[in-house]
Write a protein that binds this ligand. Structure first.
Ligand code: WT7
Length: 665
């Protein structure tokens, strides 16, 4: 959601519970500066808190920028850090995962719960690693595509893959067959792991059928299918597809697979994300740097202790789930909650019943979810005991001050530490946030807070100089950091061009931001053609390509417009080919087509039919003008516009549809 540049700079929020951690903004800034002074020593000390099979010799190799390498010479294994380490201690019998399926009985109680201790996880991770290695021949460096719902088998198979040095590529289970096929193809995955289906809002989603559609276009050697629902009609291709439980039959209960001591810079995962142009990029992360970043931020930002019950509500299909459902919490030996289904199923208090049932103390969620619950009303959380919560953070998009205040007051009872943690797929972990695990600088509703220790963040003006406090500019990271991405899979040039070319030697995040007098950062939204729909990242280019792939569409332009709950939603302007008539029927068809091509999150909220799109004389679509039309904003500079009538037409189409919608209301 685009916020006004007038910010409530001075509304500090403090509470007694956190007094012991309070620090003034000035003192925090001083502490932060110190961490940057001897930056390599700082990050070396942080890294020594995790266990290395072979210690690193050098903290940062910056000999070939921007291809930085962290913890050179070090060897480690993520699966070892997440499970083996704990089973050697009293944590062996500690609950690692409290899982809850979506279905409920007539009293609203969950009918499926699973509780896995660290020892259970250790056993399963080893057995699955054994299966991958001996039954399917998975080796170090092989890519495995995971298309799975939120069930414990997803973290288990990720850890198993990392145990043998394979590279995971998780594809969000809400993506369509086509999106899945593209990602399998780009990563040249050897195998796909999926499930027969899962529950979502009381309905069965048949995942394996989607996989089969994807595999019509791209071949893989094998598919492993976990039976989540016991669906007997699941299509299985002889010789290619295997049921997980059958493939596991021959695996001994006490199977042990030696964790591969991989190099620090060995890739651990690829995660596809949207950019300004072109197909989604495969963001590649290393092992050592990512592990250090995940571990440190779990402590600093979430202050996790052994008695905590931690719940990050993100899907593992996004980076938040990778770092803060899978690696981070397990590395610190936390007990965490994992929930399969929709937040408001069967009623809008499902999440609050979960917080109450497990006594959740740390909650990590999204502004979109908060705004949705605000709309349902306070009575739903009020029905449950939420008094255990001591930290609630949000992530994924800017949080408007009203939503922050609601979260703080209604959910947190005005006693939580709460931040809007800023980061992105590319950063691997949180970069800007309050750090209540260390010190808590006064909170302000809507801010991201100051940069974390060891991260040098700034806001630049167009000419590449720091913007003064209060002035909007581009968010940049001025030094490399441990969890940083290493490259774009198969396209290192695009990595350099996208992130390291706008300003020399600094990482360009693609966000607008403001720095305030206290050095807090306020990220305002994307500065490029990326839109965040309910926190999900989509490229307008992808939506436009999806629309153009429909037989009726000649051209299309997609822009994001503000939405009170989802933050932003896509709307599309399209021109039609000869012989096709605009109308509600076609509108419906196009929306369904986008759902089928990308996935339900991408469905345009509105489609406007026009006969021409506003373009520059050189033929570039001026999306900025369409956004202005759809938000009733001033058009700004139109001197490069080729044909002013196009804007008038867009305006007319927009107003007509508005009037029609109003007529229905
Ligand atoms: C984009 C990255 C990082 C986890 C999930 C998103 C936006 C993220 C915030 C925040 C304002 C935020 C930015 C960023 N964003 N967190 N706390 N305040 N904006 O990862 O899908 O790679 O998206 O999300 O625009 O660039 P992602």
């Amino acid at each position: 959601m685009q916020r006004e540049t007038e910010l409530p700079f001075d509304t500090y929020v403090m509470n007694e519970k956190w007094q012991h951690r309070y620090i003034s903004p000035v003192d925090y800034a001083k502490f932060h500066r110190q961490t940057l002074q001897d930056f390599e020593t700082f990050w070396a000390n942080v890294a020594r808190e995790i266990e290395w099979f072979k210690p690193f010799e050098k903290v940062l190799d910056d000999s070939n920028p921007p291809f930085y390498k962290w913890y050179i010479g070090g060897r480690l294994n993520l699966s070892y850090l997440a499970v083996d380490r704990h089973v050697k201690t009293w944590r062996k019998n500690k609950v690692a995962i409290e899982w809850e399926g979506e279905p409920v009985d007539e009293d609203g109680n969950p009918t499926e719960r699973r509780r896995l201790t660290y020892y259970d996880l250790y056993r399963e991770v080893n057995r699955v690693a054994y299966m991958l290695k001996s039954n399917f021949g998975v080796k170090k460096g092989d890519r495995i595509t995971l298309y799975l719902p939120m069930i414990p088998e997803l973290p288990i198979v990720m850890l198993a893959a990392w145990r043998i040095g394979a590279i995971t590529s998780v594809v969000f289970s809400g993506f369509s067959a086509e999106a899945l096929a593209d990602r399998i193809n780009d990563a040249r995955a050897k195998i796909v792991v999926t499930a027969d289906g899962f529950w979502r809002r009381g309905r069965v989603v048949k995942l394996k059928e989607i996989v089969d559609m994807a595999l019509e276009k791209v071949p893989v050697e094998n598919v492993i299918v976990y039976s989540r629902l016991g669906l007997k009609d699941t299509p299985m291709t002889e010789g290619r597809d295997y049921w997980w439980h059958k493939a596991m039959r021959g695996v001994p209960i006490n199977a042990y697979v030696e964790p591969e001591p991989v190099e620090s810079e060995h890739p651990s995962f690829i995660l596809y994300t949207s950019g300004t142009t072109g197909k989604p990029k495969g963001i590649v992360h290393d092992t050592g740097g990512w592990a250090v970043h995940a571990y440190a931020t779990m402590k600093w930002v979430f202050d996790v202790r052994d008695e905590d019950i931690y719940w990050c509500t993100a899907d593992i299909g996004w980076v938040t789930g990778h770092t803060y459902v899978v690696l981070g919490p397990l590395m610190v030996g936390a007990t965490e909650v994992m929930y399969e289904g929709a937040p408001d199923y069967p009623q809008p208090d499902r999440w609050w019943s979960i917080v109450e049932r497990y006594g959740v103390t740390i909650l990590y969620t999204s502004p979109t979810a908060i705004r949705m619950f605000m709309r349902y009303g306070e009575e739903w959380p009020r029905r449950h005991d939420l008094s255990t919560l001591r930290i609630i953070h949000s992530v994924g998009e800017p949080i408007n001050p009203e939503a922050w205040r609601w979260m703080y007051r209604v959910l947190g009872g005005e006693k939580t530490a709460s931040a809007s943690t800023w980061w992105m797929t590319e950063t691997g972990g949180i970069v800007i946030s309050h750090a209540p695990g260390l010190y808590l600088a006064p909170m302000k509703p809507g801010t991201n807070g100051p940069p974390l220790p060891g991260f040098e963040v700034d806001v630049f003006t167009e000419d590449g100089t720091p913007a003064p406090p209060g002035v909007k500019g581009y968010l940049v990271i001025k030094r490399p950091w441990p969890g940083m991405m290493h490259t774009i899979w198969g396209d290192p040039e695009r990595y350099v061009k996208t992130y390291w070319s706008k300003f020399p030697n600094v990482f360009y995040a693609g966000d607008y931001a403001i720095k305030d007098q206290d050095g807090y950062i306020w990220v305002l939204g994307r500065a490029d053609e990326v839109i965040k729909v309910a926190g999900h990242r989509l490229g307008t280019y992808e939506l436009e390509s999806a629309l153009i792939s429909h037989k009726a569409v000649a051209e299309s332009a997609v822009v994001g417009v503000p939405d009170p709950i989802k933050g932003e939603v896509p709307i599309a302007f399209v021109t039609l080919k000869q012989g096709y008539q605009p109308g509600d029927e076609l509108r419906k068809e196009l929306r369904a087509h986008v759902r089928a091509t990308i996935g339900p999150v991408a469905e345009p909220a509105q489609i406007f039919f026009v006969t021409k799109l506003p373009k520059t004389r050189s033929g570039k679509i001026m999306r900025r003008l369409l956004r202005a039309v759809a938000t009733n904003a001033p058009l700004g500079d139109v001197t490069t516009l080729e044909d002013e009538a196009s804007v008038e037409e867009a305006k007319k189409a927009y107003e007509e549809l508005r009037a029609e919608v109003r007529g229905h209301e």
